[in-house]
Design a protein around this ligand. Sequence first.
Ligand SMILES: O=C(O)CCC(=O)C(=O)O
Ligand SMILES: [Fe+2]
Length: 334
Amino acid sequence: MEVDRVQAIASLSKKVDTIPSEFIRSENEQPAITTLHGVVLEVPVIDLSITDEEKLVELIAEASEKWGIFQVVNHGISDEAISKLIEVGREFFELPKEEKEEIAKTPESGIEGYGTSLQKEVDGKKGWVDHLFHKIWPPPAVNYKYWPKNPPSYREANEEYANKLRQVSDNLFKYLSLGLGLERHELKAAVGGDDLIYLMKINYYPPCPRPDLALGVVAHTDMSSVTILVPNEVQGLQVSKDGYWYDVKYIPNALIVHIGDQIEILSNGKYKAVLHRTTVNKEKTRMSWPVFLEPPPEKEVGPIPKLVNEENPPKYKTKMYKDYVYCKLNKIPQ
Ligand SMILES: O=C(O)CCC(=O)C(=O)O
Ligand SMILES: [Fe+2]
């Protein structure tokens, strides 16, 4: 099946300075109207190198309760490893269309592969973005078929990043766990332990002649437990807080941590999954590399029993992760 890639639509749109109507958002979504400018509200930035563990737990728990998103610096992944990840991803998206289509999604491939969101949005609207998904950890979950062969260093750069990210992710789960009053290993165990799946996504947002009218990714919370994201230098990520949309400041080499739905559920609502979206840029290509930390499909996720009692009854159902995903993708109430 031939799919229109946004990258191709973008190169046509450049010549005419307009965008197809399916990319034009309704007024209550248009970034020019709905973004709060002039007020700088920065999401928390947390230095992971501080040695006072109690303090770190407090900062991370507070950010996860109030914002559901924070940035981390001094996280232990070198600037070089991040630059390489960015470089090889950019090179893949700059390959000729035919080469990218070699790893395109098929009906059998599930989530993995190169693609453009076909998911129905309200009013049939589309996001100004193409993407690539492939799992990077654990080894039994990885299928190299969906990894770009070009540039040749793609695999090495992604493997190195995956290895470094595991340490960061283990630490984050530990702090989040302690912040809930649990033992340090409990939260990671609740999302699948060593079977936790690291799903890499690359978002590619080409320049858009009407960034005031279009969105990249529409407002959503991530289904994952936690998402750890690296952006390129082009501004675009926004978070919703108290009914307004705010830009998330770009900090070179920081990692952006999103609390996803599964952690909100496990914590029985103490930690909040963050509502976020992305805007696009008139001249520049924005890219981002979120890694979704996902429970295995059959893993049952629900409020952790220790965190519920008579005064604080479970606010969410317990269900297998794959059933949660099915309902969310098909807009069926959970
Ligand atoms: O590009 C970004 O910064 C965010 C992308 C995102 O939210 C997603 O892919 O789930
Ligand atoms: Fe997201």
